[in-house]
Structure formats: C-alpha cells, structure tokens
Design a protein around this ligand. Structure first.
Ligand code: S3P
Length: 176
C-alpha cells in the first residue's frame, strides 16, 4: 500500500472548485484513512454555515478559526487525509503548520477551468459572492499563487482531469 512509503498525512490544497474534498474523500476511502475536511469541522464546531460565519463575524474571525484548527491538527496522530479550505495557505503561520502536519499536494487548475466549475457554487462561497466570477477568480488566484506554491511539496496540474484520474495521479506520485 503506497501509504506505507510516506506514513505522513496527505494534505490537499488548491483554489475553490479544484475538487479537494471529493478527491480527499476518494483517497481516504480507498486507503481506509481518516478524512478531515477543515470547512466541515469549522461548520460543525461553530454550528453554522461558512457563509453565516463570514456574515456574522467577518473573514478574519474565520481565518482565526482555520489557524486554531491547524494548531490542533499538528498534535493529532496521523496519517490522515486533510482537505483544506481554499484560503488556508494564505497565512504564513498556516503554511508553517501545514509542513508539520504532512505532505501538501497543490491541485492546480487554470482560472478558466475553475470559473466553469464554480458557476453553481457561488452562493455558499462568501469570497465569490457579489463579484464578477471570472474577474474574482483571476484576482484571487493571482494574489494566492505564491502562497499555494510555497505551501506545496508537490504541484499537480489537474487540467480537466476527473476525480478518479486525479486520485491515480496522486498514487503514482507517492508510489516508490
Ligand atoms: C475559501 C474557500 C472555501 C471556504 C471559505 C473560504 C477561500 O473552501 O474555506 O469559503 O478563501 O478560498 P473551498 O475551497 O472548499 O470552497
């Protein structure tokens, strides 16, 4: 089983809509590993949707919740599969914590692919709501490019690949 070769937790980062949650779910199931999705945990703990957290408490409060969760995950025994909210790598402190937790794979996609995939998911994503989608995706991607690259141990260009293909790409990357 390829997981023995790394024994570290596997972390998926990338822009909204790149498929982190689905791919993390696929990997966790296939390798019988615990699945941790930061957005889901924050929603469960706060008993609120992320869009409501942004509305009631603001973005900074949400970012603090993300950092506090990562600090706790540093102390958790792995390996597990961790799917990150798209903005998680933006804080320098978070990037440092991620290195302690495991191996980070950046699921990299073009603004065109991401925009197409996000058309239906704008309502639940406060970072996109109320903006011109195409422009906003390009703007945020430009702002975040360096953070994603810096956090990554492996950069994976996913193009138009479907989730199963991306799971295979990740397996190949880690197979010895
Ligand atoms: C965010 C991405 C979202 C969620 C929040 C903020 C971002 O997660 O954490 O809405 O800043 O990119 P997904 O990447 O799972 O959509």
């Amino acid at each position: 089983m390829f997981w023995r070769s790394c024994m570290k937790s596997l972390i998926l980062e990338g822009f909204m809509g790149c498929g982190k949650s689905r791919i993390a779910k696929g990997l966790a199931k296939k390798y019988n590993l615990e699945l941790i999705d930061t957005d889901e945990i924050i929603e469960d703990e706060q008993k609120k949707r992320i869009s409501d957290i942004f509305e009631d408490e603001g973005e900074e409060a949400f970012r603090d919740m993300e950092t506090s969760l990562l600090k706790r995950l540093c102390k958790k025994e792995g390996p597990f599969v961790l799917s990150l909210g798209g903005g998680m790598p933006c804080r320098e402190e978070n990037r440092r914590l991620l290195k302690e937790i495991g191996t980070v794979v950046y699921l990299k996609a073009s603004p065109e692919v991401l925009t197409g995939r996000l058309e239906k998911g704008v309502e639940k994503r406060p970072m996109l709501k109320g903006h011109d989608l195409k422009q906003r995706v390009s703007q945020l991607l430009t702002e975040r490019r360096d953070a994603y690259e810096e956090a990554a141990d492996v950069v994976m260009d996913i193009g138009l690949s479907d989730p199963d293909t991306i799971v295979s790409m990740i397996e190949k990357e880690f197979l010895l």
